[in-house]
Design a protein around this ligand. Structure first.
Ligand SMILES: [Fe+2]
Length: 199
């Protein structure tokens, strides 16, 4: 289950009044990238991809947080009955499907940590999990960007971890996975992406 586009837009707008920040523009750009790539695949639901992209960071509605934003997003989406949104609220932070491969501050309880570990261990990533992980790395608040730019940007903010390169490699793997399906570079689907080198 996931909400329609209007409801998702309303949720993001409301979240932006609670905790204004560049994260909402980033979410809109992730949604746009996800829709474009999903539609180019032909077999994915573009509206679903758009809505999941729009709401993947909805846990940021309650303030600045690291791991907490995943749990908060998951709980909020589940409270609305949007289990497919709840899922990407958790999975988008883990290109490597392992809770110990997270780069954020561990600002959650042991019980929440155990919950995420169990949740990740019991699922296989589907196309939407992979798509939102990829698109999270293809868009910042100003527009679309190449993976390398986003990786460096994130690493400068969060620091370098032993598994940083594994996370990058997984994201490249998802990029290749979708490019194999659409028959061209995902960058070719994202307008003005070249501008990212100037900002
Ligand atoms: Fe994000």
């Amino acid at each position: 289950m996931f909400p329609n586009k209007d409801t998702a837009r309303y949720e993001l707008e409301r979240a932006n009044t609670l905790n204004p920040g560049p994260w909402t523009a980033h979410s809109q750009n992730v949604a746009s990238a996800a829709k474009r790539i999903a539609q180019a695949c032909g077999t994915l639901d573009g509206d679903k991809a758009f809505v999941l992209g729009l709401l993947h960071d909805i846990g940021r509605r309650t303030g600045i947080a690291a791991a907490w934003h995943m749990i908060d997003g998951y709980d909020y989406a589940m409270s609305k009955g949007w289990d497919e949104v709840a899922r990407v609220c958790l999975t988008h932070s883990f290109p490597v499907k392992d809770i110990d491969a997270d780069i954020g501050k561990k600002d959650i309880t042991q019980a929440q940590y155990d919950f995420i570990r169990k949740y990740l261990s019991e699922i296989e990533y589907d196309d939407y999990d992979k798509l939102i992980i990829l698109c999270d790395a293809l868009a910042d608040a100003n527009g679309f960007c190449i993976l390398e730019k986003r990786f460096i940007d994130t690493t400068r903010r969060y620091g370098i971890y032993p598994f940083s390169v594994d996370r990058w490699n997984k994201t490249y793997e998802y990029k290749a996975y979708f490019e194999q399906r659409i028959g061209k570079s995902v960058y070719a689907l994202l307008p003005n992406i070249a501008e990212c080198i100037y900002r």
